[in-house]
Write a protein that binds this ligand. Structure first.
Ligand code: C2E
Ligand code: CA
Ligand code: CA
Length: 564
């Protein structure tokens, strides 16, 4: 603790109250190397200085016999005043008898006159200040046993103390987090997980020896740093990485950092930490970035997200989540034929208005709430297919999106089968869309699951094809029934020849895999024509329709029936 104070070059304020000029002089000279010394000639003057609130005093050295207001009265006034009473007082006296009286009044220690050796006086001042500060800090555990860094409670208390003493000081909060730390534990074992944390702790300890600052660890893998000057953020991360790679096998650990600079000191310290964390969470799972800075928009975004998380249950129970349907048309016949539909969620929030899935799907994917939402959509879609079937005697197969984390749920297949049974459907009627990037993440396990789903009769469409990093080699071993070409191919198609070639390549790959291509995001007749000429079979996009509510979708069914 003292380390930080000394290194940061920050001095505490102390007040000497003494009427004899010569004594004031001696004491001032003695103490001013270590402290910022203020002096007063009597109790009254001392109270004025303390009351002004201009400085936070760590200690008052008080003579007892003074004109105007003596030391006893001054001590009484200090101890009776809520905002001053925590300032420790050392009494300076030559009378043994006065010691007892001043102790009773709350003095912390004595210095006898004529003055003790200078070292003794300095040591006493230092000890009293420390005692007082530790008294207000220590409750609960001070150190995290694993890393030796502070605990969160201690850390925040400590910051409050430092801020109290050095209010003008620039400061910032940095948080470092291990991305998907639970995976490190799962894949390499808890022991190895602990080692990762210990090594991060060691690097931070070394670092804080060099630059003034303090650090703590909380919630397993969050490391907070409080410091007074901006360190080299990249350097911190690369130091940790270097340490980790030289000590443990798992080199693919990803760290991310959130920085809260220009702290709003009117906010509570706890909020400072939250803000650094908000920035840090912003780049969770984003492999292209490892440092994010807090700003107002992030705060607004975090608040908004919090709102959405709070409201999701209500949205489900009050049916504010509505499943829209967008038709997919087979285009290689004389006239386009309705082939199927994609179920796409919409949130009609009673206060925030219409919210598009781009605003909440990634959020719910990151915190696991996607499971609730997806199951809701799947059930709704299954119910809807059956409803149309009964009403029109016509099946519109509907594809639902399966989030990447859903795929690994052990109950996934049974859930689907149960849903089908409840709505008298077969597995041919409910199609599943799985995004390409899910395949590249954990392909072996995924292939196994998808194989099983296909054995049970489900048709799998690979969504957003071309946005991920599937290798051609992997594609040949992947079990799929259709490729949904990523929208950006269509967007760029007419820009230049190269982009058109890419579209042709995707169609070529699909032909090789013997599966149809669904082109998403087709908006114009030209796009449709170009795709049709090149053999693309199915099209989904605004050219035919935007996603629409189920009542509106019925017009497509009616039109389709009339074609027969
Ligand atoms: P996606 O699965 O790739 O869905 C296609 C998106 O493209 C939809 O956006 C759709 O409205 C939009 N779109 C279709 N045709 C056109 C077009 O011609 N032009 C343009 N500009 N856009 C077109 P939406 O509905 O906003 O959904 C965005 C993403 O949110 C979806 O991308 C999907 O990843 C996710 N999502 C939507 N609903 C669900 C759901 O129920 N569950 C899950 N897990 N994800 C969903
Ligand atoms: Ca989709
Ligand atoms: Ca897509």
């Amino acid at each position: 603790m003292r380390n930080f104070r000394n290194k940061s070059g920050l001095k505490r304020h102390i007040l000497i109250v003494e009427d004899e000029p010569i004594n004031r002089e001696i004491l001032s000279n003695l103490l001013e190397t270590d402290y910022i010394v203020h002096t007063a000639e009597n109790g009254r003057e001392a109270l004025d200085i303390l009351d002004s609130g201009e400085y936070i005093f760590s200690l008052a050295l008080v003579d007892l016999l003074m004109p105007v207001m003596d030391g006893f009265e001054l001590i009484r006034s200090i101890k009776d005043n809520d905002s001053l009473k925590s300032i420790p007082v050392i009494v300076m006296t030559s009378e043994k008898s006065a010691e007892v009286k001043s102790i009773r009044m709350g003095a912390a220690d004595f210095i006898t006159k004529p003055y003790d050796m200078p070292e003794v006086i300095l040591a006493r001042c230092e000890r009293i200040i420390e005692l007082q500060e530790d008294k207000s800090i220590i409750h609960g555990a001070e150190r995290d046993t694993l890393t030796g860094l502070y605990t969160r409670d201690f850390f925040t208390e400590y910051i409050k103390q430092l801020e109290k003493y050095y209010p003008g000081q620039p400061s910032e909060i940095i948080v470092i987090n291990v991305d998907h730390f639970h995976l490190v534990n799962e894949l390499y074992g808890r022991k190895q997980g602990d080692r990762v944390l210990i090594h991060i702790g060691m690097v931070l300890t070394e670092l804080l020896e060099e630059t003034a600052g303090i650090a703590c660890r909380t919630d397993a893998d969050n490391f907070y740093i409080y410091c007074n000057s901006s360190p080299d953020y990249e350097d911190i991360l690369s130091r940790i990485k270097a340490r980790l790679s030289s000590t443990i096998e798992s080199s693919n650990i990803k760290l991310r950092m959130g920085v809260y600079k220009d702290i709003d000191k009117n906010e509570m310290v706890e909020n400072w930490l939250d803000r650094a964390k908000i920035a840090c969470d912003q780049i969770r799972g984003d492999y292209s970035r490892q440092i994010e800075y807090y700003n107002k928009e992030l705060y607004e975004r975090a608040k908004y997200n919090e709102r959405l998380i709070n409201d999701i249950d209500d949205a489900i129970s009050s049916k504010n989540l509505i499943v829209y349907y967008q038709p997919k048309y087979y285009i290689q016949s004389d006239q386009p034929r309705l082939q199927s539909a994609e179920a796409l969620i919409r949130w009609k929030h009673p206060e925030l208005g219409m919210i598009s899935p781009g605003d909440f799907i990634p959020l719910f994917e990151s915190n696991g709430l996607i499971q609730k939402l997806d199951e809701y959509v799947w059930k709704e879609a299954a119910r809807q297919i059956n409803k149309w079937k009964e009403k029109y005697g016509f099946t519109v197969p509907v594809s639902v999106n399966v989030s990447r984390m859903e795929i690994y749920q052990p109950e996934l297949q049974n859930n689907f089968l149960k849903m089908l049974e409840e709505n008298s459907l077969t597995s041919k009627e409910l199609l599943l869309e799985i995004t390409e990037s899910a395949y590249s993440e954990n392909s072996d396990q995924l292939i196994e699951i998808v194989d099983k789903l296909r054995d049970a009769g489900f048709k799998i469409e690979m969504d957003d094809f071309g946005s991920g990093y599937s290798s051609l080699n992997m594609l040949t071993s992947i079990p799929i029934d259709a490729l949904k070409m990523d929208m950006k191919f269509i967007r760029n198609m007419q820009k230049d020849e190269k982009s058109m070639k890419l579209v042709e390549m995707v169609l070529e790959i699909a032909r090789f895999l013997q599966v149809p291509v669904i082109a998403e995001g087709v908006e114009t007749e030209t796009q449709l024509k170009l795709l049709k000429e090149r053999g693309c079979e199915i099209i989904q996009g605004y050219y035919f329709s935007k996603p629409v509510p189920p009542e509106e979708f019925e017009q497509f069914i009616i039109k389709e029936i009339s074609k027969n």
